[in-house]
Design a binder for this molecule. Structure first.
Ligand SMILES: [Zn+2]
Length: 272
């Protein structure tokens, strides 16, 4: 059996490749993780080796004890994943305490999982604890979204309204809005804790001057959310770049209320 015989692995690889083609993954930028279902882990088991040492996650995710995750490797390039998934991605298992993991497949040329593993796993844990169907956590560096973090305040309301007003389908796609994390050092526990707290409410969390994290039940959902938010950000950047950058008209608060009624949405009252 080859990794690409497994549908979840094919979905994983496709997101990496599509994200690269979108221009969201310069060099080794961005990372992706997928929580395998029990059936998927059983199907993939013939590929697994269990001799690897247990290593510290550098945070604790007890609700994920025993779970398997496919994730990108630290320092690996998204553009190389389709060509050689075994060298650039891995499958890990979390131990029974939720504090350590071991490699069971992949990274055949050496390496460790993404440096953002603590954020990925804490986000997965928050979603699992909330009873969410989320299995995918996706982090990318989309240009327009990052550009907006230089002109909008690091506040959920300001960011959400900018995106909601940019495109009528945005409030339909993310009625809960987006969360924002002001600039922080990436790769550690602090930014993981800040992100996970926001993931309790949102499926998209903006890292200022850095990028975006999206959560979804499927690869389509997580990728689609990233794509929709970046497209809205691009529209916003273009509006702000035209003439004096002032909007002559927009999707108003009243329009948002009408949209909520028409689509049966529960738009976050914090952002109305
Ligand atoms: Zn990043």
């Amino acid at each position: 059996m080859h990794i690409t015989d497994l549908p979840f692995a094919r979905g994983f690889i496709r997101v990496c490749d599509d994200g690269w083609l979108k221009g969201w993954h310069e060099r080794n930028g961005g990372n992706l993780s997928y929580r395998l279902s029990k059936a998927e882990a059983e199907e993939a088991a013939p590929l697994f080796t269990t001799g690897d040492d247990w290593r510290e996650i550098k945070t604790s995710v007890p609700a994920l004890a025993g779970e398997y995750f496919m994730c990108t490797g630290s320092g690996k390039f998204m553009r190389n994943i389709r060509e050689n998934p075994a060298a650039n991605t891995c499958i890990i298992q979390v131990d029974e305490s939720g504090a350590r993991y071991r490699l069971v497949w992949g990274l055949t040329e050496g390496g460790i999982p993404s440096s953002e593993l603590p954020t990925h796993l804490m986000n997965h844990e928050v979603k699992k604890n909330a009873g969410s169907l989320c299995r995918v956590i996706y982090h990318a560096h989309p240009v327009n979204l990052i550009s907006l973090t230089f002109v909008l305040p690091p506040e959920g309301k300001a960011f959400t309204r900018e995106l909601w007003e940019a495109m009528t389908e945005c409030p339909v796609i993310f009625p809960e809005g987006v969360g924002t994390v002001p600039w922080m050092v990436p790769g550690g526990r602090d930014i993981a804790v800040a992100s996970a707290r926001l993931m309790e409410t949102f499926n998209a969390v903006v890292w200022f001057h850095h990028g975006l994290f999206c959560a979804g039940a499927t690869f389509d959902e997580a990728f689609g959310l990233m794509d929709a938010i970046e497209k809205a950000a691009e529209i916003s950047v273009k509006i702000r770049s035209m003439g004096d950058g002032k909007k002559r008209q927009t999707i108003t608060t009243e329009n948002l209320k009408q949209l909520a009624e028409g689509f049966g949405l529960s738009l976050s009252p914090l952002f109305i």
